[in-house]
Design a protein around this ligand. Structure first.
Ligand SMILES: Cc1cc2nc3c(=O)[nH]c(=O)nc-3n(C[C@H](O)[C@H](O)[C@H](O)COP(=O)(O)OP(=O)(O)OC[C@H]3O[C@@H](n4cnc5c(N)ncnc54)[C@H](O)[C@@H]3O)c2cc1C
Length: 506
């Protein structure tokens, strides 16, 4: 830590992004402080589950077994996956996909995800300050100064870096002068987690109902509690005073207007409104200030991309920022965070906007949905859409990822079954500590010799695998930085990748 700073990193926001980032930084050897304005968790959940790439990512950190909601059989995937309400028959793809390509969905609500991530962060010794709100910030060449309103008054905290994980209305984004361009809201959606005394499927259809004026959705949350969501296209967002608290009567009236049902709803646990605005920070870094999660991108929760992308942002950022504060980051490493995650979110926003169109009313849209449904009977189209929905198509343009690079480079590292001296294992088990992994599968030890100068930053594992590979270098976020086919003694390529990602040889 510099003599001028109190802490390595201040993380603003103890939601999913802030909590996971704190653990990633601790695993990388940095000391973060998390500021969370809420004195205690609310227990409420916006997101209702984890799907796709983020499930694989949490598995690579050994965190999946902490979710006690159980796992949904992969074959039941189709219950969760849809494209703007058009069901996606994921089951049809599973047989033809490599093992583990479609990880089982985890039905963990956001409150449980936050509980698990907070437990992990505390185990790792993170200083999590609840009831502490960021009220201002400034930066100079050496540090960022956070002005914090805590239970005992306002105080200042100087940090080498500050990350805004403070959600859609991010104060960090505003104070850092980062723009948030995108598409404005076209309509308002109302939500209620309520008790439904009557759930006759004839009258209250579970799933998505498109009507002439909007959408009506009922999602069972367990027992007689349901999430009711109504989107009303006839009501432009400017007609709704978003500062007025939502009421059950407002939700009931919207259901009546959109679905023509007089729905009895009781005991609201959570009432809210949101929109289909889709915006993205124009840069994820301004000097010593960075953004992640909803602070960096907002969108309609169609297909549930928000929490998943927030968590993937911070797994990408954590090891790079830790390397920066620990002093071994090669030049430009921290900027690859924007370089990789900004395009990934841009692509996600475009996909969500397309889903928003498919969910809108009107006969033209019905015709488009029909066309999409027909296209989705083709396996290749179905695979493309499902992989995109689940974030399984994310690839990064990594240095050395050219025509001559191994096809694995830039993509997610497959969870290779391995035979090692200590017994059978798999690649994902080696990733729990968030260190880069160099897997030597060559049998003749040439990788160990080539990487000798990096052993202080790498976890080197000698193993045997049935894959035709001599070795693979995996970044802490689970993406492949380098790989060599069996018999390809590409020493120069390996040393170049090590230098690019982990700095000069020691
Ligand atoms: C109705 C709805 C349904 C959704 N469903 C899904 C889904 O099924 N799947 C999915 O993946 N995503 C879903 N999402 C999106 C998901 O909830 C968000 O993407 C996710 O919460 C983002 O996490 P975050 O940590 O970036 O931000 P947040 O969860 O918003 O956390 C930000 C935290 O920062 C704190 N904070 C804010 N300002 C300050 C400050 N100045 N000082 C200190 N603390 C501060 C807040 O109190 C909060 O705890 C849904 C969203 C909505 C609205």
């Amino acid at each position: 830590m510099s003599a001028d700073a109190d802490v390595d990193v201040v993380i603003v926001g103890g939601g999913p992004a802030g909590l996971l980032l704190a653990s990633e930084l601790r695993l990388g050897g940095a000391d973060p402080v998390v500021l969370e304005r809420l004195p205690a968790p609310t227990g409420l959940s916006k997101a209702l589950g984890l799907l796709g790439r983020i499930v694989q990512t949490l598995d690579y950190r050994g965190l999946l077994e902490r979710f006690d909601a159980g796992f949904i059989p992969v074959a039941a995937y189709s219950r969760f996956a849809h494209l703007g309400g058009i069901p996606l028959d994921v089951g049809r793809l599973i047989g033809a996909a490599p093992p583990g390509h479609y990880p089982a969905p985890v039905p963990a609500r956001q409150a449980q995800v936050e509980q698990v991530l907070e437990g992990r962060a505390r185990e790792l010794g993170v200083d999590l300050r609840r009831g502490h709100e960021l009220v201002g910030l400034s930066q100079d060449p050496d540090a960022v100064t956070a002005e914090v309103a805590g239970p005992d008054g306002v105080y200042r905290l100087r940090a080498r870096y500050l990350v805004g994980c403070d959600g859609a209305h991010s104060l960090v984004r505003k104070q850092a002068g980062i723009g948030f361009p995108g598409t404005p809201p076209t309509h308002v959606l109302r939500l209620g987690d309520v008790t439904l005394p009557e759930t006759d499927p004839e009258r209250v259809p579970v799933g998505i109902l498109r009507t002439a004026t909007g959408l009506f959705t009922v999602v069972p949350l367990g027992g007689d509690v349901h999430r009711v969501v109504v989107s009303e296209w006839s009501q432009p967002p400017e007609h709704v005073d978003r500062d007025t608290p939502s009421t059950l009567e407002e939700l009931r009236a919207a259901v009546r207007r959109v679905a023509g049902i007089d729905l009895e709803m009781r005991q609201p646990r959570w009432l809210s409104r949101f929109t289909d605005a889709a915006r993205q920070a124009d840069r994820y870094r301004a000097g010593r200030v960075l953004l992640a999660g909803d602070a960096a991108h907002i969108q309609l929760p169609a297909g549930g991309p928000g929490m998943s992308n927030a968590l993937q942002d911070v797994v990408n950022l954590g090891w790079k920022l830790a390397a920066q504060v620990k002093g071994w980051a090669p030049a430009g490493l921290l900027d690859t965070y924007h370089g990789e995650r900004h395009p990934a979110a841009e692509r996600m926003l475009s996909f969500v906007r397309a889903q928003g169109v498919l969910l809108s009313p009107g006969e033209h849209v019905t015709a488009l949905r029909q066309l999409m449904s027909e296209l989705l009977t083709h396996e290749q189209t179905l695979r493309y859409v499902v992989d995109r929905l689940l974030g399984l198509d994310v690839r990064y343009q990594l240095a050395g990822d050219g025509a001559s690079a191994h096809p694995l480079v830039g993509g997610w590292a497959p969870d290779l079954p391995l035979r090692a001296d200590g017994g059978d294992t798999r690649l994902g088990m080696l990733m729990h500590g968030a260190r880069p992994v160099l897997l030597d599968l060559s049998g003749d030890g040439w990788l160990r010799a080539a990487a000798a100068g990096w052993t202080d930053r790498l976890q080197m594992t000698v193993a045997r695998s049935d894959e035709p590979l001599d070795g693979i270098l995996v970044r802490p976020d689970g993406y492949v930085a380098w790989a060599a086919a069996a018999g390809d003694h590409n020493t120069d390529g390996l040393r170049q990748a090590l230098q690019t990602w982990f700095g000069a040889a020691g």
